[in-house]
Design a protein around this ligand. Structure first.
Ligand code: MG
Length: 252
């Protein structure tokens, strides 16, 4: 069931998402060669709690796996999503790291992701980040009342393909707000004019996960990697659908 949000709910979601935007500003300064992903996770948890919110991913459960242990998902290089922060994952110059964060503020959820460069990265990696972020923008531009979910999916997929890259199989965006994941699913692959109709007051997380070499994913417990070990990038915003234009909730 797709739930339309009240103005009060939306206001809380803005706060939940703004905390993530501010966290990204902070964490960017700490994403440098030599830092480990556990340190980034600790920093993120302390920051989120200092703002009166709670980490939404920590303790998240899906059947067959231990509860997710981190505040962040930290996915390095060929990591697509759901990487577990660890003292043994030390960032190196030239790496890319996808950082995905969920927050809960007074019962309402925020969810966003960004892929950061560690030191100086290759032109190939820079292009992947640019294309993935642009694919997200194009997807967001389709999130208007009267369109369908498939219009978003198609905008993301077609731009990624035109650039010779691949959307990762089986990983999708989603409704967000009362829960971290709610209806509708928002795939990165799809046909225009298909799927649920978008209405004002719906809030969805759009999140292209783009790989250089293959759409195929290698699932190892929580963590997803590209099957061919090529680089993968991930950008995500939670957005509010409204009459004039989509609102990116972490920009408030
Ligand atoms: Mg998400």
């Amino acid at each position: 069931m797709i739930r339309i949000k009240s103005e009060q709910a939306i206001q809380k979601m803005r706060v939940a998402n703004k905390i993530i935007a501010d966290l990204f500003t902070l964490i960017e300064k700490h994403i440098i060669p030599g830092v480990n992903t556990w340190e980034l996770d600790k920093l993120a948890e302390d920051f989120i709690r200092s703002r009166g919110a709670k980490p939404a991913f920590k303790g998240y459960t899906i059947p067959g796996l231990q509860p997710f242990p981190g505040t962040l998902c930290t996915s390095v290089n060929s990591g697509i999503v759901h990487g577990i922060p660890s003292k043994s994952v030390v960032l190196q110059d030239g790496d890319i790291i996808g950082v995905d964060v969920g927050t809960v503020y007074e019962g309402f959820y925020g969810d966003a992701a960004r892929t950061f460069a560690v030191g100086e990265i290759s032109d190939e990696a820079k292009k992947l980040l640019e294309i993935t972020e642009k694919a997200l923008e194009l997807g967001i531009a389709q999130a208007i009342p009267g369109n369908r979910v498939g219009d978003i999916s198609h905008a993301v997929e077609s731009f990624v393909r035109e650039n010779g890259y691949y959307c990762a199989d089986d990983l999708t965006g989603h409704g967000v707000g009362y829960q971290l994941h709610e209806d509708p699913q928002v795939p990165n692959i799809g046909k225009p004019g298909r799927g649920a109709r978008l209405k004002s007051g719906m809030t969805i997380a759009i999140e292209p996960m783009v790989n250089i070499g293959t759409n195929r994913v290698n699932e190892r417990g929580w963590e997803y990697f590209t099957m061919d070990d090529s680089l993968s990038a991930h950008f995500e915003h939670s957005i509010l659908i409204k009459a004039d234009r989509p609102e990116v909730l972490d920009k408030g």
